[in-house]
Design a protein. Structure first.
Length: 230
């Protein structure tokens, strides 16, 4: 019906000057609903980048249909967070100029399942006005020699996303919904017969250390010396 109305409006001659506001509103509504239902692909968006070091590698897609641009580590440094945990800082030595109306989201690659790393902020937001270096900070998830990305590896991916133009308005009441205020775990299947798991420590199997396993020599506040992995 919507497409029929749109086709009809394109074929017919322009309406007389006295056309009603309702007819104009209907035509506009048809256009909006059809366009919103179509995925809009922005082609040939130019994103300027600056190399802060000759080793920097431009973000690139592995495949034309990929959503993310791979980022390559030029160097790895370390720092200590507020609770004394070691943080690995992966540098790109790239600065970006993202167009207004968009932002960059830095997220892990799927290959992170093979590593002992977790991105500290889960997903990094790069605002259009940011002109500093693009980097990512990871925590290690093991107490033994971690599996990590090395210099020259693709360590994260960059998504370019549009920004919603939103305005927050204070209201005395909010509309009702089928979910209401159901939050964490509210949609999980409830089973009253399920007994709660006992509290206390759980014995974990001992980790056997192999002869060729090396100790990571990573100091705080400097370049990271990552041991070779078998």
């Amino acid at each position: 019906m919507q497409r029929h109305l749109l086709a009809q409006s394109l074929k017919e001659p322009p309406p007389p000057y006295g056309v009603t506001v309702a007819q104009e509103a209907l035509t506009l509504l048809v256009w909006v609903r059809i366009l919103v239902g179509r995925p809009i692909k922005h082609k040939n968006m130019e994103i300027k980048f600056k190399k802060l070091d000759p080793r920097a590698v431009a973000p690139v897609r592995a495949h034309n249909s990929d959503a993310g641009f791979d980022l390559v580590a030029t160097r790895i440094t370390t720092e200590i967070n507020e609770c004394g945990q070691l943080i690995l800082v992966y540098h790109t030595d790239l600065a970006l100029e993202i167009p207004d109306g968009y932002f960059g989201m830095l997220v892990p690659r799927s290959s992170i399942f093979k590593k002992s790393l977790a991105l500290t902020n889960s997903a990094g937001v790069i605002d259009a006005g940011y002109r500093g270096e693009v980097m990512a900070k990871f925590k290690t998830t093991t107490d033994v020699v971690p599996a990590v990305y090395r210099e020259g590896d693709k360590f994260a991916q960059l998504l370019i996303l549009p920004i919603a133009d939103a305005t927050f308005t204070e209201a005395l009441e909010l509309s009702d919904s089928d979910r209401g205020d159901g939050g964490y775990g509210s949609t999980d299947v409830q089973n009253d017969n399920t007994e709660s798991a006992p509290t206390g420590s759980v014995d974990s199997p001992a980790i056997e250390e192999t002869n060729d396993q090396q100790t990571a020599n990573i100091g705080s506040g400097g370049e990271a010396n990552i041991p070779e992995q078998a």
